[in-house]
Design a protein around this ligand. Structure first.
Ligand SMILES: [Zn+2]
Length: 197
């Protein structure tokens, strides 16, 4: 690879993309290299245009079209007093797929992870605490991983002085699993049989 320094640079950038398994990096690089000039320009332009047009909602932090209202926060058919707290947009989508949830969301944008230097201030916890003042229920739907559980415990402590009801997903969600890898029925059951935190 010594004389392929340009490919090395591409691999280095691909490596930074989470969820791209390292054994597939060469395949991905090969795919990009085989693209026509037109295809690669379109690909790059699409990323830039999407980044320009899609922004997080200022209330729930779910992605939304910059100029459009948030489809969750501003939907009249949703109960804005019930807030489901998820780690990322993928978990929000997993819950949406069940079609059984009619509250709104709060995307934390990650979990507290001291090893990676991620503290509560890097997440949207403070904004959630403010929202909780007007809510009647906060559902803590962080993943059942050590970081997800620790983040839920942190939030519950932060909200302990408020009168809001705090619930979490039903037991039965496999330990260590993330909502977006579970089937629809499991997510639906976990949500509909939620319990007090
Ligand atoms: Zn929103």
């Amino acid at each position: 690879m010594n004389d392929l320094s340009s490919i090395k640079l591409l691999l280095k950038h691909l490596q930074r993309v989470p969820y791209l398994a390292s054994r597939d990096l060469y395949r991905v690089a090969d795919y990009f290299l085989n693209m026509s000039q037109e295809q690669s320009e379109l690909f790059c332009q699409t990323i830039l245009t999407t980044k320009e047009n899609i922004k997080p909602c200022e209330v729930c932090f779910a992605w939304k079209e910059k100029l459009d209202p948030c489809i969750f926060c501003q939907s009249p058919s949703r109960d804005s007093k019930i807030i489901c707290v998820v780690e990322t947009w993928q978990e929000l989508l997993a819950i949406e797929k069940t079609s059984g949830y009619k509250g709104v969301y709060h995307v934390l944008k990650g979990v507290i992870c001291p090893l990676d230097g991620i503290g509560p201030e890097d997440l949207t916890v403070e904004q959630l605490v403010v929202r909780a003042n007007d809510a009647k229920e906060i559902i803590l739907a962080t993943n059942q991983t050590p970081e997800g559980e620790a983040t839920a415990a942190y939030i519950a402590k932060k909200l302990s002085d408020s009168s809001v009801k705090i619930t979490c997903l039903a037991r039965g969600v496999p330990i260590g699993s993330s909502l977006d890898t579970m089937d629809r029925l499991t997510v639906f059951k976990a949500l509909s049989e939620r319990r007090l935190f």
